[in-house]
Design a protein around this ligand. Structure first.
Ligand SMILES: Nc1ncnc2c1ncn2[C@@H]1O[C@H](COP(=O)(O)OP(=O)(O)O)[C@@H](O)[C@H]1O
Ligand SMILES: [Mg+2]
Length: 233
């Protein structure tokens, strides 16, 4: 696969907070190559999460268009939005695992109610093995470290074969060493799973692992960071 998987054109998102207009995203133009990993940096409140939310159809834009593969995200019906969201992988800062379920059941949970073309538990097992947790299948989240919980969340995000993975501060609750391991793990899984990765982070070390870095400031995209060189292999 080559070319852009994600293309944002003049995306604008405003929130109304009482009388106050908040320009969360202002005419953002951005394209993300298929198979690449892009880091979005910027201070708190600069619009990183909003960017992921609109790409993930969890929020509407006021203006502009968002193309993801064949899908024009901004013109989906509600029903189509649900199907589209299911085609994505999400990873969050707070791991959002279900506390009463084992690692294996957490990974299966998103697809449990639905028919899949693959064996759900077999795939969950192999994804947990791929993130290094083959011997923790029956562990509860409370029995796992933060890094291990995020590994479970990554396996869960991949259960439905997403082409695009959206990660919002995925290392925000981890120490820097563990955070970098988690990022490397995501990047390592990219080729095998045909993933394109969009990660919001304010951690420079995490961003430096990605292929490209862009920065948001007050909802505006700044030029690509100059030091965003290709990763040495
Ligand atoms: N649901 C919302 N309602 C009102 N304002 C919001 C909402 N979500 C985000 N904002 C505002 O939009 C701006 C961008 O927020 P956000 O995308 O969360 O930034 P970041 O993820 O970079 O910290 C901030 O000023 C924030 O307060
Ligand atoms: Mg955020």
């Amino acid at each position: 696969m080559s070319g852009a998987l994600v293309v944002l054109s003049s995306v604008t998102k405003t929130y109304l907070l009482g009388q106050q207009v908040i320009n969360a995203l202002q005419h953002v133009d951005l394209s993300i190559d298929a198979g690449s990993a892009l880091a979005v940096m910027g201070p708190s409140g600069s619009g990183k999460s909003t960017l992921l939310h609109v790409v993930g159809a969890m929020d509407h834009v006021n203006e502009g268009s968002i193309q993801v593969g064949e899908v024009e995200v901004t013109s989906l019906s509600r029903k189509e939005q649900v199907a589209y969201r299911r085609s994505l992988g999400f990873v969050f800062q707070r791991f959002h695992l279900l506390p009463a379920l084992t690692a294996l059941d957490n990974v299966v949970a998103p697809v449990l109610p639905r028919k899949t073309s693959f064996d759900k538990f077999e795939r969950a097992h192999s994804l947990l093995a791929a993130v290094g947790l083959e011997d923790r299948l029956r562990s509860l989240p409370s029995e796992l470290s933060g890094g291990e919980q995020q590994r479970v969340a990554i396996a869960r995000a991949l259960i439905n074969h997403p082409g695009l993975l959206l990660a919002d501060e995925p290392t925000g609750n981890l120490d820097s060493g563990t955070g970098q391991e988690i990022l490397r793990l995501l990047l390592d899984m990219r080729a095998e799973h045909g993933l394109t990765i969009l990660v919001a982070t304010h951690d420079h070390q995490v961003a430096a692992e990605c292929d490209r870095i862009v920065s948001l400031r007050d909802g505006k995209l700044e030029a690509d960071d100059l030091w965003s060189a290709p990763r040495p292999s």
